[in-house]
Design a binder for this molecule. Sequence first.
Ligand SMILES: [Zn+2]
Length: 148
Amino acid sequence: MKVKQSSKKHMTHGCLSQAEIIERLETSGVNATAQRIAIGKYVLSEAEHPTADDVKLWADKNFPKMSLATVYNTLNILVEAKLLKEFKFPHTGKVVYDSNITKHHHFYDEDTGIVSDIPLDQVEVLTKLKRTYNITDIEVVIRGSRRR
Ligand SMILES: [Zn+2]
């Protein structure tokens, strides 16, 4: 896959113009309809780890006629196009959508429910499983609260 100059901005939120969203959709083979552009702008550059319900709540305020099915369909299309990653929390089954498609860990704030990204190099995992398990990936969810 060719990496475009604009994808360098991927880690930062809130900086994608409508034109950049359209470009990103079309580069990934997604037909840029008005609804996909709108949801794409929200999930790819404004929201951070929203659930489908979060996206629906946002859509209700901005696009009152958008159905929950459309929201789910659009999220699925973005996931299939690899613009968005579906992240399911173990134990709770809570599903959030992640616009950071690079490998990273997560911090779950138990006070606010906010999920934030933790760069891979910030967590070191030691395991003694190497001899019995062939480990291909380690994804960590750290829970807690932020010190104020
Ligand atoms: Zn993330």
